[in-house]
Design a protein around this ligand. Structure first.
Ligand code: RIB
Ligand code: CA
Length: 315
């Protein structure tokens, strides 16, 4: 089977970094055309630089990285240094990137790549949806060449950044609304499923035992991410963004169902919430495939095996 053309939009971010490494390690299945960075967990200058650092760590210098939008479409910017640290990838301790980002803006790259696509492209989004939404607004015709969008964001249940909203959606709900209304195949990987894929100590030790530079970076980040998560929940680091790449590689590890999902744009307690019509009460047609379950052991077995494929030391 030929590799799937893919663009990853991200806001590294410790879990984004693990997701990128998983994708970089899977060149046989994923033809990574480019990585686009967006402001989110930390400001854009950090997210785009971190994407390039992770690219170096993975030994994939040929994959272009593009800097995108430095702020959400409408609301005031928010970030998550309290989770990911001031660098965005605290615990990884990576050197300066070996080469610059591409000169084109991420939104222009998304538009140009999709307009020129000879095979539909999958968009995997790991952060706020600002870049993807603005590409759609700028050139709606690109939607004809989107195979599907797989997005880490939202929740059927409770949020993580407010009682009602998940960070990626809450950070740019207007962009999320554009994407959820785009009418292309959309798989939503929300907190309900990502909080089933927890980097427990035994799972982290299996990765640490690889003894490679990527494994050390992953464990350094997840040790910190897990500790910060324990301050709120009764478990360690949820593998939010890596679930997106794992779904592309092994969809059979996941279960979900089609349903209508609306993004709450009104001010108040539910601003930025994904309202998931689990029981079809709205009568509106489904616009998303919403994942609900993951085989966590199968996920970590695949993650560990793939991380082992990366160069032991940066090339
Ligand atoms: O809510 C979790 C999501 O927000 C993850 O993508 C994390 O990296 C942050 O972007
Ligand atoms: Ca992210």
């Amino acid at each position: 089977m030929s590799a799937r053309p893919l663009i990853i939009d991200c806001d590294p971010g410790q879990d984004d970094a693990v997701a990128l490494l998983l994708a970089f390690a899977s060149a046989e299945e994923l033809d990574l055309l480019g990585v686009t960075a967006v402001a989110g967990n930390v400001p854009l200058a950090r997210t785009e630089s971190n994407a390039r650092r992770i690219r170096d760590l993975a030994g994939r210098p040929e994959v272009p990285v593009y800097a995108g939008c430095p702020r959400p479409m409408v609301r005031e910017p928010v970030s998550a240094e309290y989770v990911h640290g001031s660098t965005g990838i605290d615990g990884a301790d990576l050197p300066e990137p070996s080469r610059p980002a591409e000169p084109a803006h991420a939104v222009d790259f998304l538009v140009d790549a999709l307009k020129a696509a000879v095979e539909p492209i999958t968009l995997a989004t790991l952060g706020p949806l600002t870049n993807v939404a603005l590409a759609i607004v700028k050139e709606p015709a690109i939607l004809a060449n989107v195979r599907e969008i797989v997005t880490m964001g939202g929740a059927i249940g409770l949020g993580n950044v407010t009682p009602a909203a998940e960070f990626n959606i809450h950070a740019d709900p207007h962009a999320a609304h554009v994407v959820f209304e785009a009418g292309v195949p959309l798989t939503m990987i929300g907190l309900d499923v990502t909080h089933q894929a927890i980097a427990t100590p035994p799972r982290l030790e299996a990765i640490r035992a690889l003894g490679t530079a990527p494994a050390a970076a992953v464990c350094g980040m997840l040790d910190l991410y897990g500790a910060r998560n324990l301050a709120t929940y009764d478990h360690g680091a949820p593998m939010h963004d890596p679930c997106v790449v794992a779904y592309l590689l092994a969809p059979g590890l996941f279960e979900g169902r089609a349903m209508r999902v609306d993004v709450e744009l009104g001010a108040g307690h539910c601003f930025g919430r994904t309202v998931c019509d689990l029981h079809g009460r709205s009568g509106a047609g489904a616009n998303a495939h919403v994942l609900e379950r993951v085989d966590a052991d199968g996920f970590f077995a695949m993650l560990t095996e793939r991380l082992a494929r990366l160069p032991a030391v940066p090339i």
